[in-house]
Design a protein around this ligand. Structure first.
Ligand code: ATP
Length: 237
C-alpha cells in the first residue's frame, strides 16, 4: 500500500500510517531556501518522478551551519515561502522540523528524527545538489549520514562526476562500488548514493538576493506568490 494512493493526506495522517508499517518512499530536501526558487521546485518534481517518491518534504534550515547569519532571512519567513510555493502539490510538504529544534540545524539530527518517525519499513532519501554534496566532509557526523538514509545527488550534464567519485571513495568509503544499471554507488550494509541528472536551472538564491538589492526584477525566477511575498515584506533589500 502506497501513501500516494491516499493523497492528499495531512502530515498527521502520514505519520500515523507509518506507525502501522505502511511502506513510505520519502524524499527529504534540505536547504536554506533563502528564498525558495524555481530551480528547487523543478528539481523536486524530477526527483519525485525518477524515484517514485510518495512524499517529498522541503526542510528549511533554521540556523544553517554554513551560511553567514546576516544574509539569511528569518526562518519563519523562509518556511512560509516554502509553504506558499508548494500550494496545489499534495505530495510536497513544508517541514518545520528544523525550526522546532534549538541550535544549529544539523542534517544528521533531521535524518534520525525522520528515521524514528517513519520506522524501518520506510525508505528515506536525502536529496542534495552536487555543489552541497561536495562539501559533505564539513557536515556534522557525515559518515553516519550514510547509515541513516539513501542519498540522491542531483547532477547536471556538465557535472564533473569524477569529483563525486573521488569524494565517495576517499571521504566516505573506498568500498562503495558504482553500479551503472542504477547510476548509483552501493556498499553492502550501507545506504545507496544515487546520481540523478536533472534539468539544472541556472538560478540560485544568491543571485536572486543580489538582483533584489540592485532593484532588478526576479519575476519568473520564483513563483509569482513568492515574488509578491518578498515585495510585501521588503525582504533582501
Ligand atoms: P544560496 O545561493 O543562498 O547558496 P541555493 O539557491 O543554492 O542558495 P539552497 O537553499 O542552499 O539554495 O539549496 C538547497 C539545495 O538545493 C542544495 O542541495 C542545492 O544544491 C540545491 N539547489 C540550489 N539551486 C538549485 C538549482 N537551481 N537546481 C537544482 N538544485 C538546486
Amino acid at each position: 500500500m502506497r501513501i500516494a494512493d491516499f493523497s492528499p493526506l495531512s502530515h498527521f495522517l502520514t505519520f500515523s500510517l507509518s506507525q502501522y508499517g505502511v511502506f513510505v518512499r520519502l524524499g527529504l530536501f534540505g536547504g536554506t531556501f533563502n528564498p525558495i526558487h524555481l530551480g528547487h521546485l523543478r528539481a523536486a518534481i524530477e526527483v519525485r518522478e525518477a524515484f517514485n517518491l510518495d512524499r517529498l518534504l522541503l526542510i528549511p534550515s533554521a540556523h544553517p551551519p554554513h551560511k553567514p547569519a546576516d544574509h539569511v532571512a528569518n526562518a519563519e519567513d523562509r518556511l512560509e515561502m516554502v509553504r506558499l510555493a508548494i500550494q496545489g502539490e499534495p505530495w510536497l510538504e513544508a517541514s518545520d522540523v528544523e525550526l522546532a529544534r534549538p541550535g544549529l540545524s544539523y542534517t544528521i539530527e533531521t535524518l534520525r528524527y525522520f528515521q524514528d518517525q517513519f520506522g524501518p519499513e520506510s525508505d528515506i532519501h536525502f536529496i542534495v545538489g552536487q555543489d552541497a554534496f561536495s562539501e559533505i566532509t564539513t557536515w556534522k557526523s557525515y559518515q553516519a549520514l550514510f547509515s541513516t538514509a539513501h542519498f540522491i545527488v542531483m547532477t547536471s550534464p556538465t557535472s564533473k562526476l569524477h569529483n563525486l567519485e573521488d569524494i565517495i571513495h576517499t571521504q566516505i568509503s573506498g568500498e562503495y562500488q558504482y553500479d551503472p544499471r542504477f547510476n548509483r554507488y552501493s556498499r553492502p550494509g550501507w545506504c545507496n548514493i544515487y546520481c540523478l541528472n536533472i534539468t539544472h536551472l541556472d538560478i540560485s538564491a544568491t543571485k536572486i538576493r543580489g538582483w533584489i538589492r540592485r532593484g532588478r526584477s526576479i519575476r519568473f525566477l520564483v513563483p509569482d506568490i513568492i515574488h509578491d511575498f518578498i515585495n510585501k515584506k521588503g525582504l533582501y533589500l
